[in-house]
Design a protein around this ligand. Structure first.
Ligand SMILES: Cc1cc2nc3c(=O)[nH]c(=O)nc-3n(C[C@H](O)[C@H](O)[C@H](O)COP(=O)(O)OP(=O)(O)OC[C@H]3O[C@@H](n4cnc5c(N)ncnc54)[C@H](O)[C@@H]3O)c2cc1C
Length: 495
């Protein structure tokens, strides 16, 4: 039995009892965010108390003359793992599951009550792209959804561009999958900060209901969608389009119940908000099936920044207002017998920060259907780049009219995603997968979909587990080994 497998079979309680440690972090909180990289001043020591020490020294200001507060605190190292995955969306679940399948001991950290990310908490209930041959993790997710009769039948891409599923069922499918694989799942737990020594991540600082706790691991995978871990560690990230940083727009998903005509009524009280009165005043609004007696609506909410607290707050507020304004149009103007059932608890975020990896995948790579020596995942979906500064159905790439379909002119041939685009530049033991991987904005508009995000997650999980087994880091690993495992596990890489 290899040491890795041995540790994977140890109970979590044993691990905790034997290896409880404390770290001390001394963050400097300023308007610019948590400064994590500069914190690693030989910080290991046993702490008698776990009480914070706060200082508010009046002369202390950052370079922008903002007041700052310094604090230091000893934090228990509550978890030790081979691999830490931050973010439990489709990429994070796929990374954690594939690493666990390789025998690694994995902790998966998710800030909300359920895993699934955009596909559950944001209500985006459709898998776009090719849903067969994405690898065994995605196959298992689809097979479980089929068992629940919670996904539409398979049609190969591009005949079937997407497969609609029940997002409430997906939440239970993903939860059970992670537990079956022996992953330590931490819900309601937010990644907060990181301790880095030189280029190596040592621990992540987490905050759940038990308070601040640290997670130590050998390899880390950032699947937060917004590259939270990479940013906190002060490795390079980018966001938005090159000219002004504007990100692909967010959209809010909400769900209506169909009621009898006799129960039909408009819900927005008169005098509230700015209801839509004509069809051409509607923002981009897509209607989706949502099972019997229900319809899902997706409304575009552009011009907000998902990586900035106040902007994200404003986006959520704007999203719920738009929901009521659009609903009022359907109820009052079109006379639909719809009543608001619920709004997704989180706005759907297409783009946040992306890591800068050893390679940045470009739209030219996609258009060329590029094959890479270290190609470990595959994408096939259209360049689905909604214009960042327009609430109508407009795309960054203008296509000729008249169009036979919305994606005419936006197609790309199948292309590969190289392992180097998952490895954070200048970091030793940090990868990223999903919508925060290393790509330009147009390449991201295709590769961000769930199918390729899952493939990226799977590849990152396999890579991290191989690194643990071989006691090395992703950059020095032979990518052939990763490719071989991806293919053995049912991932199609051909382009
Ligand atoms: C409106 C909209 C429509 C879309 N339509 C489709 C579609 O039809 N088909 C399709 O395939 N794709 C679609 N996409 C794209 C797809 O949903 C995402 O790109 C995909 O979900 C990416 O998965 P991910 O795991 O990288 O990110 P996410 O799904 O965003 O998951 C990130 C996870 O990390 C967690 N997290 C973030 N920060 C922290 C932190 N600090 N600590 C702990 N946890 C954290 C989040 O809570 C979340 O669970 C759509 C996206 C949007 C927004």
């Amino acid at each position: 039995m290899t040491p890795l497998v041995h540790r994977a079979r140890m109970g979590w309680k044993d691990v905790l009892m034997k290896r409880r440690r404390f770290i001390t972090l001394s963050p400097l909180i300023a308007v610019g965010g948590l400064v994590g990289h500069s914190l690693g001043r030989s910080l290991f020591r046993r702490a008698g108390k776990n009480s914070p020490h706060l200082e508010t020294a009046s002369p202390q200001h950052d370079s922008d003359h903002q007041p700052i507060v310094r604090w230091s605190r000893s934090i228990p190292v509550r978890y030790e793992a081979d691999i830490a995955v931050i973010g439990g969306g489709i990429a994070g679940v796929s990374a954690a599951c594939s690493a666990a399948r390789s025998g690694a001991k994995v902790v998966l950290v998710e800030r909300f009550a359920i895993t699934g990310g955009n596909s559950t908490t944001a209500g985006v209930a459709s898998f776009c792209g090719e849903t067969a041959g994405q690898g065994e993790v995605f196959d298992e997710i689809v097979a479980d959804l089929e068992r629940f009769r919670a996904i539409v039948p398979y049609r190969p891409f591009p005949v079937g561009g997407s497969r609609v599923f029940d997002h409430e069922i997906l939440a239970i499918v993903l939860q059970e999958l992670t537990l079956r694989r022996g992953i330590k799942l931490l819900l309601h737990t937010r990644f907060v900060d990181v301790r880095v020594v030189q280029s190596r991540i040592q621990e992540c600082l987490l905050c759940g209901k038990s308070g601040l706790e640290a997670l130590r691991a050998k390899q880390f995978i950032d699947c937060s969608g917004e590259a939270d871990l990479t940013r906190a560690a002060n490795f390079q990230t980018i966001k938005g389009r090159p000219e002004d940083g504007l990100q692909l727009p967010m959209s809010i998903m909400f769900f209506v119940r169909h009621v009898q005509k006799s129960e039909r009524r408009a819900q927005l009280p008169s005098g509230w908000l700015d209801p839509v009165r004509t069809k051409d005043q509607l923002p981009m609004t897509s209607l989706w099936p949502n099972g019997p007696g229900s319809t899902a609506l997706k409304v575009k909410v552009p011009m907000f920044d998902s990586t900035e607290t106040e902007s994200l707050t404003a986006a959520e507020i704007r999203g719920r207002r738009r929901m009521m304004e659009v609903l009022d149009y359907y109820q009052r103007v079109e006379g639909k017998s719809w009543i608001l059932d619920h709004c997704s608890p989180q706005i759907g975020i297409r783009e946040g920060c992306r890591i800068v990896g050893d390679y940045v995948l470009t739209v030219d790579d996609l258009r060329a259907g590029k094959r890479f020596d270290d190609g470990v995942a595959r994408g096939v979906y259209y360049l689905d780049a909604h214009k960042p500064d327009d609430e109508k159905r407009t795309y960054v790439i203008q296509t000729e009219k008249p169009k036979r379909s919305w994606h005419e002119g936006l197609e790309v041939p199948p292309y590969q995603i190289p392992l180097r685009a998952l490895i954070v530049k200048d970091a030793s033991n940090l990868m990223a997968a999903g919508r925060c991987f290393s790509a330009d904005q147009l390449a991201l508009s295709s590769a961000r979909v769930t199918t390729s995000s899952s493939m990226m997650g799977q590849a990152a999980g396999i890579t991290a587990a191989l690194c643990v087994q071989k006691n090395c880091d992703p950059r020095v690993l032979d990518p052939e080994e990763v490719k071989k495992t991806v293919v053995e596990r049912g991932g199609r890489l051909e382009v």
